[in-house]
Design a protein around this ligand. Structure first.
Ligand code: HEC
Ligand code: HEC
Length: 270
């Protein structure tokens, strides 16, 4: 019920947010910006028109990475639109043959790559995604949302406000992508033969904080440990791309992108 209210608030907040932005910038914001359907259309166009140079996940190639950049100077919406339509003359970025509407859709997608997911949310069925999270996906075994769920992985209550949609998607579909798991799975065998499994939270030369699946923290004196083994991979399962259908994945990402501890319009006003 609470979730339904949240969805309703979200839908109601979109026009308000657009008006708010119009006021802030002194001119109307193009309706494609922050619009889930436009972002989804832009994502498809991007694969055809831009991925050849910028990478399928905008990770960069012949053209720059559009998600994480060494020096990020945010482009104004209008400037982004103009670059997409006209290219960057002399800089190896060609003009595109996209229509005006399509160019705005691509701009909406590119903007979403560096914005909090909840402000530039993806299309997808939020309620269906919620069902995948608590059901088929088994995500709640390790993740909590608003106090409900497991403790082995990060709390996801605010993930939509702190990360961009495509970053969330990558975390779910390809958890080893960045190669630096923050939560290392660890198995410890103590001198007395007891063994403990969980994720390593904190480590010094002398001690290790191990959190088990129930959320209990064990402070382990390494002098008393017979063996400590760290997993190479993130404990987050790496096979969700196979386990879930494309639609289930899109719905799940749509659900996660709306997770925020603050209501949508409050976050929008900062
Ligand atoms: C033929 C290769 C190529 C294609 C195709 C291409 N780009 Fe680019 N793009 C580049 C290069 C190279 C640059 C860097 C230009 C520079 O700053 O010197 C660039 C720069 C950009 C920038 C500016 C980044 C910044 O902040 O300076 C954006 C935004 C961008 N591209 C988006 C797109 C989009 C969206 C598409 C698809 C419609 C696209 N590009 C298609 C090569 C390409
Ligand atoms: C066996 C435990 C486990 C299960 C099941 C699991 N995760 Fe994870 N997840 C983790 C751990 C641990 C991390 C931290 C990964 C790291 O830092 O390498 C993580 C990271 C994430 C992140 C990145 C969070 C952030 O703030 O960086 C997201 C998003 C996420 N998981 C979503 C999901 C979803 C959605 C599901 C279900 C489809 C799921 N996880 C299932 C353990 C799990």
């Amino acid at each position: 019920m609470r979730r339904m209210i949240a969805v309703f608030l979200f839908l109601a907040a979109v026009p308000l947010a657009a008006q708010h932005d119009a006021g802030k910038e002194g001119k109307g914001r193009h309706p494609a910006m922050g619009n889930p359907r436009a972002i989804e259309a832009g994502r498809k166009l991007f694969v055809n028109s831009c991925a050849g140079c910028h990478g399928v996940s905008a990770e960069g190639g012949r053209g720059p990475n559009l998600r994480k950049r060494g020096v990020w100077h945010p482009l104004e919406d209008d400037a982004m639109y103009t670059i997409i339509r006209k290219g960057l003359p002399g800089a190896d970025m060609p003009a595109s043959n996209l229509t005006e509407e399509q160019a705005w859709q691509v701009a909406a997608f590119v903007r979403s790559l560096t914005s909090p997911a909840m402000e530039h949310p993806p299309a997808g069925n939020v309620q269906a995604g919620e069902a995948v999270f608590w059901g088929k996906g088994g995500c709640q075994n390790c993740h909590r949302i608003l106090g409900r769920g497991g403790m082995l992985g990060p709390d996801l209550s605010n993930v939509g406000a702190t990360r961009a949609t495509e970053d969330i998607r990558e975390s779910v579909a390809d958890p080893d992508a960045d190669g630096f798991p923050r939560y290392k799975g660890a198995t410890v065998v103590m001198a007395d033969g007891r063994s403990l499994k969980g994720v390593a939270r904190n480590r010094t030369n002398y001690s290790l904080q191990l959190q088990d699946a129930q959320g209990n923290l064990h402070m382990i004196d390494l002098a008393k440990a017979k063996q400590v083994r760290f997993a190479e991979h993130s404990p987050m399962p790496g096979n969700y791309k196979q386990l879930l259908t494309k639609q289930e994945m899109d719905d799940l990402i749509a659900f996660l992108s709306r997770q925020s501890v603050r209501p949508f319009d409050a976050a929008e006003k900062k």
